[in-house]
Design a protein around this ligand. Sequence first.
Ligand code: NDP
Length: 253
Amino acid sequence: MSKLKNKVALITGGNSGIGFGIAEAFRNEGAIGTITGRNQETLDRSVQELGTAFTGINGDVTKMEDLERIFKDTFDRFGRIDTLVVNAGGIVDGIPMAAIAGVTEENYDRYMDLNLKSAYFTVQKALPYLNDGASIILIGSSAAHRAAPGMTIYGAAKAAVISLAKGLSLDLLERKIRVNTLSPGSIDTPVFGKIVPQDQVEQVKQVWKDLIPIGRMGLPSDMGKAAVLLASDDSSFIVGTEILSDGGMTAIS
Ligand code: NDP
């Protein structure tokens, strides 16, 4: 049976990597809705690959006016929103992650804006349009639990995202909106091409792979399956917590 039949989902950053994997899994379970991103080319391509189920809306999640437009346009089109996946985040354009001596105040703010502030305000701007009983999935990271050199600010922002899920789930209790975090471990997505030059991508992936007890990197489809659980009624008693899907990487730290 389709677990998300007739549900309307909105997935930020659904035009790439984990967000697209979640959109595919949702589509396979009967959901329809919206994916967002700023790159119109990947947005158009992703919408096309998803068939007729999803529409694409261009917008920057760090801009309040874009968030308001994304939710209003989705609601105008579908008449409801049952599931919100707050996925857009990760590397800030043109600003590599760095150890403390190499971080400017502006770079610090940009990372916090993308990975923490935008998550909070994405939820706030969604509220007028979300159904009572909706499911909100925040995408965290195993980096919140397992430090890596140069990833301090990102890890701290994602740790705060896990805390957001707890607090927001209490804030939204009255409306029976469930908020949870899905924290990926090392997942094979285009993000690696943003971190190192293309000819080093495979080498870097191998380094991460060697850290994962289960012996492989995660796939966007792995995240899709976990997100289906959190979006569906099967998780109706899972509230304000975190699912860590990392192939056992944090189990050994
Ligand atoms: P990708 O780089 O493949 O995707 C990032 C997505 O975020 C893109 O869709 C991008 O779209 C969107 N995005 C980035 N900045 C903005 C912005 N300012 N406004 C709107 N959209 C934005 O990365 P992943 O799929 O790997 O990452 C997705 C999420 O998963 C992130 O939150 C990341 O932190 C998290 N994560 C990833 C892990 C991994 O190993 N891959 C591990 C743990 C967590 P566009 O560029 O078109 O705007």
